[in-house]
Design a protein around this ligand. Structure first.
Ligand SMILES: Cc1cc2nc3c(=O)[nH]c(=O)nc-3n(C[C@H](O)[C@H](O)[C@H](O)COP(=O)(O)OP(=O)(O)OC[C@H]3O[C@@H](n4cnc5c(N)ncnc54)[C@H](O)[C@@H]3O)c2cc1C
Length: 444
């Protein structure tokens, strides 16, 4: 084992939470509400994890495009109800083959965006192979069956045919993951614009609005911290894992599962964020552009001022570009290639003309996306079982459970873990029970 298990003590009524991201702080608040004394240990000097702010142009900006969807788990909103949540109209744009399409996708415009050749290829494939069409309709149910993981490539080709796969799915998968899509799990076929079920994209009507806190996601972290401090909870910053795990009572661990089980085959891909300042008059009202094509380095570009007026600037606007680590590795300096980036923004028609970046900062987030290679589910299950042997560790949250999930879903796992422990459930039982979360469907 990579760590020495503490001796669990039944007469120790206090709890420890590892990690001060949204999951850890929510877990601490839920425990406090139930009268359990809690200490939170955070490895960094800044709380928030993926919701910690990035300071640029005097603004506290999010780490990439963050929003809360109407169908989100209500607990997140309940815990943070003082955050002045505001309804915003969605103004997303999918950039495909030189066209701008409303995102979330409208059925007919999506087909138009695919272009007649691809639509005909997919339609002809389905007509000549009725099993492919039936499988496409059962996409989600089949994708979740990971006992026999066929891999991303085979899974998609069996449904939409090779032509559509090569045109859309393969390039985007390579851009994001940087490996041969044959090695990816079929569960990856749920994620992101071009890798979700096309039938679902076409048929599902979207709500067209979202929730956003008036002062950005970092305000949620500040709010939760304040509530915890008022309740007398100690938050230890810059803490070592050893200090946190030395606790004899229950430990709710929201740090990376792979840190507790380094021998497990669990890896991540990172994400570069570029916050770029441009003149306001070169942008339209889009809040987020989705750019799946491989010729663009970025996969998503957001405009924080369209999420909240708190991010408006009198003359300029900030754009947040998300560049997947993909094949770039972890040492790229995109600020040194900013001219190419600006040309790509123009080519994608995100800026109305070629403009110079007035200011740019780069942030690299090293372990953002769990790398779902074939068979990952077995590694994750085994890792959770091994960690549970310590006798007092309950893993939860995005990192603790090795999930690609939204923040409300991460908070829901904290709630379930706390309730499980309060009812006398053991870590071993939790390691099995938490498997229900392995297939959260991420909302873009
Ligand atoms: C680009 C991007 C866009 C997103 N957009 C959305 C969106 O629109 N809507 C949405 O709902 N979700 C979105 N998400 C997901 C959301 O950000 C996460 O699900 C959520 O923030 C995860 O919170 P967490 O607390 O589980 O993990 P984290 O935020 O990663 O927090 C884990 C914390 O644990 C700490 N830690 C780790 N190891 C240790 C240790 N050994 N000891 C002490 N502390 C430790 C870390 O420093 C960190 O503070 C997005 C994510 C990304 C990357």
């Amino acid at each position: 084992m990579p760590f020495k298990a503490a001796v669990p003590s039944t007469d120790n009524p206090s709890a420890v939470v590892v990690g001060a991201g949204i999951t850890g702080l929510s877990a601490a608040l839920l425990l406090t509400r139930r009268g359990i004394p809690v200490t939170v240990h955070e490895a960094e000097q800044q709380a928030g994890g993926l919701l910690a702010p990035i300071n640029h142009e005097g603004l506290s900006l999010d780490r990439g495009s963050h929003r809360v969807h109407p169908e989100a788990h209500p607990l997140l909103l309940e815990l943070t109800e003082e955050a002045q949540w505001q309804w915003r109209k969605r103004a997303g744009t999918l950039v495909l083959k030189g066209r701008h399409l409303d995102y979330p996708l409208q059925p007919l415009r999506f087909l138009w965006g695919l272009g007649p050749r691809t639509v005909l290829q997919m339609g002809a494939g389905w007509l000549t192979r009725p099993t492919a069409f039936r499988r496409t309709l059962k996409w989600e149910a089949d994708r979740q069956d990971l006992n026999e993981d066929k891999g991303f490539e085979r899974f998609v080709i069996e449904r939409v045919g090779r032509a559509a796969y090569q045109q859309f799915y393969e390039p985007y998968a390579r851009k994001v993951w940087g490996i041969d899509p044959k090695e990816l799990s079929q569960s990856v076929a749920k994620q992101r614009v071009s890798t979700s079920n096309p039938a679902r994209s076409v048929l599902k009507k979207s709500e067209g609005r979202f929730l956003y806190p008036k002062f950005g996601m970092a305000a949620l972290i500040q709010l939760l911290r304040r509530k915890l401090e008022q309740a007398g909870v100690e938050i230890v910053m810059g803490s070592s894992r050893k200090a946190a795990l030395a606790h004899g009572g229950p430990v709710f661990h929201t740090g990376h599962l792979s840190d507790l089980a380094p021998e497990a085959n669990l890896h991540h891909r990172g994400l570069y964020l570029l916050h770029v300042t441009v003149p306001a008059d070169c942008l339209d009202d889009t809040d987020t552009w989705y750019t799946p094509e491989r010729k663009f380095w970025f996969g998503r570009v957001s405009q924080p001022a369209r999420f909240s007026p708190a991010f408006e600037h009198p003359k300029n606007r900030v754009l947040c570009l998300e560049i997947p680590e993909g094949q770039w590795g972890r040492k790229m300096d995109f600020t040194g290639r900013i001219e190419t980036v600006m040309t790509q923004l123009r080519e994608a028609k995100i800026t109305a003309r070629t403009v110079e970046a007035l200011n740019v900062i780069q942030t690299f987030l090293p372990r953002v996306y769990p790398m779902y290679t074939r068979g990952w589910i077995h590694s994750q299950r085994q890792a959770l079982r091994d960690v549970a042997k310590a006798g007092n560790i309950y893993c939860c949250g995005r990192q603790g459970l090795f999930l690609h999930c939204n923040m409300d879903q991460a908070v829901a796992t904290a709630d379930a873990a706390v309730e499980h422990w309060l009812k006398g459930g053991t870590p071993q039982e939790w390691a099995e029970r938490c498997q229900v979360f392995a297939d959260f469907r991420v909302r873009d």
